[in-house]
Design a protein around this ligand. Structure first.
Ligand code: PMP
Length: 285
């Protein structure tokens, strides 16, 4: 049976229980991170931990452990679950207290975490995916990685019911991000993606891909882009911890790039794969 993390303890999955008055359960009052694991190692760990600290700060939520201690526990969780390529998910809530909106006094933050095996490219992956364009109805602090994901959940479900893998969200004429990913377009060899402001989550994979683009001398523009630019792009792709770089080949009923992954996405995927191969080799030595 899988091992989970509850506060500072490692427990069998069926012994993981939270209080019914936990504020994560009642208000979505908490934060989370999902970190990729390659070759048993936490990928881009420091960036994830920085984002976690930022999310906690924005919500004035106390982290229950130091980042060093938390990292040790996540690494142990990987080992206990024998994860090679996988995903670690953990969340921290403001704790359990009688249901009142105001921050409770004296409640202790509650941390839970789990790990799964996630082989690379199990999804449609490199062949490209179909997505749906859906209205972005979320709140105005999408930069905080909170447990409140109902706007994202509804969008993803709507996309799924339209036969799509993902929802690309728009506010009015502006494309923001996906329901659980960031969105990039390519126009005349230039990458364009929404700036990291309150309207999107600044994805760790987004940051990593921006770094790869720089190394490959691919010009980047972090600026607003419209739904018209999305549909007329030379290429579209999404990025996330789970999906890495995944080309989009159809939006609603329109083919993108003739329905095949584009050359810029290909270069970024190749560079991504090289980086993962390097990490796996280092993990073995
Ligand atoms: N935006 C949203 C709304 C997300 O949920 C995610 C993934 N959790 C991302 C972007 C991508 O972030 P990351 O690359 O850190 O997985």
């Amino acid at each position: 049976m899988a091992t989970i993390l509850y506060q500072d303890q490692f427990l069998p999955r069926d012994r993981g229980r939270v209080d019914m008055e936990d504020r994560g359960y009642q208000f979505g009052d908490g934060i989370y991170e999902a970190i990729r694991v390659y070759g048993g190692r936490l990928f881009l760990l420091d960036l994830h931990m920085k984002r976690l600290e930022r999310s906690a700060g924005e919500l004035r939520l106390q982290l229950p452990y130091s980042i060093g201690h938390l990292t040790d526990n996540l690494q142990t969780l990987i080992e206990k679950n024998k994860i090679d390529d996988g995903l670690i998910y953990f969340q921290i809530t403001r704790g359990a207290a009688p249901r009142k909106h105001l921050f409770p006094e004296g409640a202790e933050s509650v941390l839970t975490g789990s790990a799964i095996n996630l082989p690379r490219r199990s999804a449609p992956g490199e062949a490209g995916i179909k997505v749906s364009l859906i209205d972005d109805i979320r709140w105005l602090r999408c930069d905080i990685k909170t447990l409140n994901l109902l706007g994202n959940v509804l969008a993803k479900q709507e996309a799924h019911e339209q036969g799509s893998e993902e929802a690309i969200l728009h506010r009015g004429n502006t494309v923001t991000e996906g329901s659980s990913c960031n969105v990039f377009i390519v126009k005349e060899g230039r990458l364009v993606t929404h700036p990291a402001d309150h309207f999107i989550l600044n994805g760790i994979t987004r940051l990593f891909v921006l770094g790869l683009a720089k190394k490959l001398s691919i010009p980047v523009e972090e600026r607003l882009f419209s739904t018209e630019e999305l549909f007329s792009a030379d290429e579209v792709f999404i990025t996330s911890t789970g999906a890495e770089v995944t080309p989009v080949v159809r939006i609603d009923n329109q083919l993108i790039a003739g329905g095949r992954p584009g050359a810029v996405a290909r270069r970024l995927i190749d560079a991504f794969n090289e980086e993962v191969a390097r990490i796996r080799t280092a993990a073995l030595s």
